[in-house]
Design a protein around this ligand. Structure first.
Ligand code: FES
Length: 106
């Protein structure tokens, strides 16, 4: 299995009325990724938490590189499936995939 980099947006907006991944519990998603990666001994996967990735309305947002696959509305219970199917199996989880808003404007 080749190297993967998983980014989990943890940003919180100063205004709690504005959508943000951190405001929707992305800390639980990052913790679940950490747990799943450790459980499987996947030491060729780098997990990073990030600031805003610009897709706040679609959050919590997770991105997997080098595949460039964006996931939205991710819940902690989706993490095991992302790890199993995408990180280990190489097949993205279609039902969670999103297009970045910038991509939609192009
Ligand atoms: S707060 Fe996560 S994409 Fe903006």
């Amino acid at each position: 299995m080749k190297f993967k980099h998983v980014l989990v947006c943890m940003a919180r907006k100063p205004n709690p009325m504005m959508p943000s991944c951190g405001g929707k519990g992305s800390d639980q998603i990052a913790m679940k990724f950490q747990e799943e990666l450790m459980k499987r001994g996947l030491n060729n996967v780098l997990l990073s938490v990030t600031g805003c990735l610009g897709a706040c309305e679609l959050g919590p947002v997770v991105v997997v590189y080098p595949d460039g696959v964006w996931y939205g509305n991710v819940k902690p219970e989706d993490v095991e499936e992302i790890v199993e199917k995408h990180i280990v199996g190489g097949t993205p989880v279609e039902r969670l995939k999103i297009s970045h808003p910038i991509e939609q404007m192009a």
